[in-house]
Design a protein around this ligand. Structure first.
Ligand SMILES: [Zn+2]
Length: 161
């Protein structure tokens, strides 16, 4: 990419630009640069977008698993199917709220990390608790942030239609 000066305002602009970014003057490239096939240039971001979307969906599955487990634990502790259902639906609704969804995702990752730590400690290995709890926390955190993005993807694709 080379820089040329705009004939209108004399500021430097890219020779690839079709119009001056400063004054909007349409630019004619001296040599008609061979039209680059568009796909190679745009394919990479699209592929990255798809890969990201797939990752986000995988995160959502893991999020669903956490919601299910959390609802089971809450329902078991309260010995009530109503609590189970309430927690399940409540978390699903909260996840859909921007920002709050991320916060809930973070809190869930912390909760499961701590839960795993205590389970390991009960089993007699606090060290394992730190390590496995930490891994669970980081894994679930990544998954839950991806879940948040996935819900955002779904909203964006609905808005497109
Ligand atoms: Zn200009």
């Amino acid at each position: 990419m080379a820089l040329i000066s705009c004939p209108e305002c004399n500021k430097t602009v890219s020779d690839k630009a079709t119009a001056c970014v400063h004054c909007g003057n349409p630019l004619k490239t001296s040599e008609d640069s061979p039209a680059l096939p568009a796909p190679p240039a745009s394919a990479v971001p699209v592929r990255q977008g798809v890969a990201q979307a797939v990752e986000n969906r995988a995160g959502s599955s893991l999020w669903g698993f956490q919601v299910f487990i959390a609802a089971c634990i809450a329902g078991y502790l309260a010995s009530s199917w109503w609590v189970f259902g309430g927690v399940f639906v409540g978390l699903a609704v909260l996840a859909n709220i921007p920002y709050l969804g991320k916060l809930v995702g973070f809190a869930m990752a912390v909760a499961f990390g701590v839960l795993v730590y205590y389970v390991c400690k009960e089993l007699g290995s606090p060290e394992a608790g730190y390590v496995i709890g930490g891994i669970v926390f980081l894994g679930f955190l990544a998954a839950n942030m991806a879940m948040s993005r996935h819900l955002g993807d779904l909203k964006a694709s609905k808005a497109d239609q």
